[in-house]
Design a protein around this ligand. Sequence first.
Ligand code: MRU
Length: 347
Amino acid sequence: MTTIHEAFAPVKWEGDSLLLLDQTRLPVETVFLSLHTSEEVWAAIRHLQVRGAPAIGMAAAYGLYLGVRNSEAADSSALWNQLLEQADYLATARPTAVNLFWAIDRVKARVQQEGEKPVDALKAAVLDEALAIQREDAEVCRTIGEHLLTLLQDGMGILTHCNPGALATAAYGTATAPLYLAKERGWNLKVYADETRPVLQGARLTAYELQQAGIDVTLICDNMAAMVMAQGKVQAVIVGTDRVAANGDVANKIGTYGVAVLAKAHGIPFYVAAPLSSVDLETPTGADIPIEERPAEEITHGLGKQVAPDGIKVYNPAFDVTPAEYITAIVTETGIFKPEDIRNSKQ
Ligand code: MRU
């Protein structure tokens, strides 16, 4: 029987190609794209056909393999140079999720470790490392879920934002992992999914995957979160992240910061689920995190329909930074950390 995690796996290596579940078409159509070149992977990342920090990293790792597998490099150093070129190229797909750079660096480190082996062995190592990244991500997410579950109780209302779900990872999601584990244990959590303007990852993806899993999920517009909290329907907020800075500031989908402020105002704990691949101790503070700006059409032509006047000025940052002071805890596969202690997560 196909599990929900297999059904929603955003990235799959099958035969000799990369299969991506096209997330721009969900929930209406389930279409798998078969990709054969690093250029196709770059475009799929840029256009959100694969999205969510861990999934972007996984796709880029496979993209590196697609970029070198037909190489006619004469020796290991020629292949290495081609790998570096592909790495620099794929790193330009999107700027905020550090998982993209983490995965690329991990593949590079693996090839360096292999040393001066024959070119074919190095190509095989690239694919092997991409497969390992994907395999490990599923385990990491489950462990994050186990830790988060210790902070929750049966019957709670949980609010989440964007899609930190199975569709964004190898399995379970990060912020959704405790929801899947709670379901396995027969708990009844009541989930509120923010729709997540402008491209609606909450409505199209989170609401869909949780509904398919039989989890009690209610979709709300982003501007309803305050009301839902004031009504006492939410006992914890759990979100994912694209990058945690060394001081505990957290970048995540635009709107997350507002949710954190609201949670604090209502005395509701605000948890961030963060695999170590999203923790970037090289970035000192949230102000140092590059924030992607996306095309105006995402706002002016939401889902293809014009909803704003021609020529209107638009500002469309895809992420915001939640300052550490609004965060109750950051939960990684190594445990539960106060944001100011996030350095300890990697020790
Ligand atoms: O623009 P997206 O859809 O890639 O943004 C995704 C998010 O902001 C997620 O919350 C984040 O990547 C964590 S996914 C486990």
